[in-house]
Design a protein around this ligand. Sequence first.
Ligand code: IVH
Length: 684
Amino acid sequence: MAKRDIQGRIDKLRDEIRLHDRKYYVEARPEISDQQYDALLSELKQLEQQHPELVTPDSPTQRVGGQPLEGFTTVTHALRMLSIDNTYNREDLEAWHQRIVKSLGEENGDGLEFVAEPKIDGVAVSLRYEDGHLVLGATRGDGRRGDDITQNVRTIRAIPLRLRGAGLPAVLEVRGEIFMPSAEFQRINNLRREQGAEAFANPRNATAGTLKQLDSRNVAERRLEFIAHGRGELSDEPFASHQEFLRRIEDWGLPTNPLTRLCASIDEVWEMIEQFESRRGELPYGVDGMVVKVNRYEQQELLGYTSRFPRWCIAYKYAAEQGITKLLKVDWQVGKTGKLTPRATMEPVFLAGTTVQHATLHNLGEIRRKDVRLGDTVVIEKAGEIIPQVIRAITEQRGKDAREIEPPTKCPECGGDVEAEQDDTGKETARYCINPECPAQLRERLIHFAGRDQMDIDGLGEKVIIQLTEAGLVSSFGDIFSLHNKPEDVLALERMGKKKAENLFAAVEAVKDRGLGRVLAGLGVHHVGSTASRIISEHYGSIDKLLQASQDDIESFEVDGKKSGIGPEIAKSLYTFLHSDAGRHVIDELREAGVSLEVSQESATGSAGAELAGKTFVVTGTLPQFSRDEIQALIARHGGKATSSVSKKTDFLIAGESAGSKLEKANALGVKVLSEEEFLKMVE
Ligand code: IVH
């Protein structure tokens, strides 16, 4: 072929591929099969390989991912990325409407229109197009500054690398949601379980985890999607309303949600919210609410913003989705402390984007309180997290053959003795397998030890742990660290290649200096979680000092002149364990394996800075951007301390939406109250 013809063919292929991307993602009307699409792409790839000088950055072949990055650079958003205020019921929605009507001076709201859009549970991004070319993809971060994730964003086929069409502004920033469809979420989690990695808790975590990858090739392997829902910086603004904006960006090639509706009144909005509720479970992605926006830009501008939210926008959040199914059987699973937890198997039911067959019943007390029986028709619910729960039995529909759920009298895994735990009234609340050598307990302890929030050992997930324990290669924490001495045995495991084994040995070696905090957390001592472990390790500095401490001392030491937050339950549990035979043995073994039992440097200085040193914070209410855990971690990273109750010693209260008694108390005591935004300014 002559060079000109090659260029012509390449152009044609690119146009065709872009057209089919558009048909698939923007119009949701694919015209060709996956195979046909792949054939076009592979022809283009081949031609580009033969003529590398003809490759352009916006060619559809350039979505495969580039060189891994060292880290993400921070970018400042041209316009802040705000969050949205939430409501949970009709009254609050009406109250919002009233406020708007009033502040716009509308008689009765006749001049108002709303756009209602599904609120997709994903990760917000800002995409910047200059002269139609995608030049930047950024996370929200703290709203002012986020991470540059352009490389990762480029791998998402729903995001056009280039926009085209009449009236395209020179600078166009679109905001939207990157999300993982439910089917892809299941595929990724199945894959992770097979590889022995921890499964993601929900599609949003999976999306966030994927976008954080420094190697964009990993992102290209997961099918993330994108839907646009708002604007950032624009060099000119040829639209008068949100609806118009959505229509225009769709013309230019950006996907918007086809379920979006224009509503002429708040009653219509409500109708839409109600109608949508029953349908949202059928969608191929998770939706947790409906976003309602004032349509006309002129009115949006008049309404303006609070320090945290636009006043012209509100999110109505649905209650967790429920489904109805039949309870078929209950298995009892053995936890790391020997506790037996009932797991229900039900007739499969489609709920919030996935097929559900199992749910937790928590414990025997719950089963009795809810009066759930085998054969019952039950209501199940998926809360924010992905593990479904049995909410209640529909007793009116109970058949004659329904039977009581009986707790096991022997451990279902080792056949060992079982002991009941009772509450103050003598009612049984839980059962435990008391065999110290129960293989299931060992397995669960090891899974916990290697888990993400503890030692975080790469490649040592549930599957591999099961293989290692069943082969008799690991029967204690210490054994993990001598695996490299038995390479042949490890290699003999199924699906364990040389590379995988070497990676595992290297990962194990690498965690030896994670430090005392993570080791303590990994031991899985009752009540002693990762926060307590970190505080304790930072206070004592080493296991030897901790071993010298009395129970009283652990319970009463202070940090910066204030109580540490370690209560008697934690202190007793930890002290008892450390001074038991089993505890001493574990510590000796880890020490011998060369695992550091001193506070890690990372934990001791801990921090991004020490701006908040000596300051005590309490957090209350729902914050716009951060969860409770996240903001507390942020406080700690900057050297401050988060406690749970307001007192004279509290320096600041960070208050979010629906802050109640703590806010009152802080005001009464004259404690300074901060919004999330004001707090962020302190640490910026
Ligand atoms: S508008 C200033 N529209 O929900 C308004 N957000 O809880 C900016 N979200 O940060 C957001 N679907 O990540 C808007 N149709 C939608 C949305 C949506 C999902 C996310 C978005 C936002 C978060 C707030």
